[in-house]
Write a protein that binds this ligand. Structure first.
Ligand code: ZN
Length: 253
């Protein structure tokens, strides 16, 4: 957009400029261009992108932090908070104290991911499908020990983005945050050690179905993958209070 066009949109007073900047950032979050957990560009970069002063950007970021949409990152910068983030505390506690609640949460995620894979098969752009394929290739590379959990998360995030629903991105982020905390709590490995090949097969089935626009197969593959994950959760110690620190194979998946 040229400066002339942009000047039609940027309001005149400085207070209104910072409100306008805040609205631009909220719009990006709502469109799923900025996803939960994503780090925002720096103040200067945002100021350049939006053709406003750094002071206006700083005021906008402060406002969004106060409203709970953004949070400060250790070492500087800001990242997007899940819009459902305020529920995390209560939900996390429910899931922590009762194993059945933990399994329910995984089951709900299974239903959601089945829906997302279906939507991705129906609506993903060629670029989004290519991105899912790239993440899958990275997962299959050897010598990525310790990166499997991050790769796995990237894959599910890529499918979520291909589903084209910011609401889903935020719901998934909330569920994943809680499951991630549970994995830390139970001292389990974040990825099913020794099951890497099986995991790759699961993810490849999801990717290939999305790539050939087979919505039923994509949904079934996602549900089967999360069903396997659910079984691992069912195998976990039932009473977290007395759970041994021994490692189990429950994956973050
Ligand atoms: Zn997975």
């Amino acid at each position: 957009m040229s400066e002339a066009e942009e000047s039609l949109h940027v309001p005149a007073s400085s207070q209104r400029i910072s409100e306008w900047v805040a609205q631009q950032l909220l719009d990006r979050i709502a469109r799923g261009e900025l996803v939960p957990g994503e780090r925002l560009p720096g103040e200067r970069q945002l100021a350049e992108q939006l053709h406003v002063s750094r002071v206006s950007v700083r005021a906008a970021l402060q406002k969004l932090k106060t409203q709970g949409f953004l949070t400060a990152v250790q070492g500087g910068g800001t990242r997007v908070v899940s819009s459902a983030g305020a529920m995390d505390g209560a939900l996390t506690e429910m899931v922590r104290v009762k194993h059945a609640n933990l399994c329910d949460l995984v089951e709900i995620r299974q239903a959601l991911e089945g829906w997302a894979a279906r939507r991705a098969a129906e609506r993903a752009t060629p670029e989004q499908i290519a991105h899912i394929g790239k993440v899958l290739t990275a997962m299959g590379q050897t010598g990525r020990d310790g990166k499997q959990a991050a790769d796995d998360m990237d894959f599910h995030l890529a499918v979520a983005q291909a589903a084209g629903s910011p609401v889903y991105l935020h719901l998934l982020a909330t569920i994943r945050d809680i499951l991630g905390q549970m994995m830390d709590y139970h001292h389990t490995e974040p990825f099913a050690l020794g099951k890497e090949a099986l995991m790759i097969d699961h993810h490849r089935a999801i990717y290939e179905a999305i790539a050939r626009r087979d919505a039923d197969a994509a949904s079934a593959a996602a549900i089967a993958h999360l069903g396997w994950v659910l079984e691992r959760y069912n195998d976990m110690p039932k009473d977290p209070e007395t759970a041994p620190a021994a490692k189990t194979d429950a994956p973050k998946a």
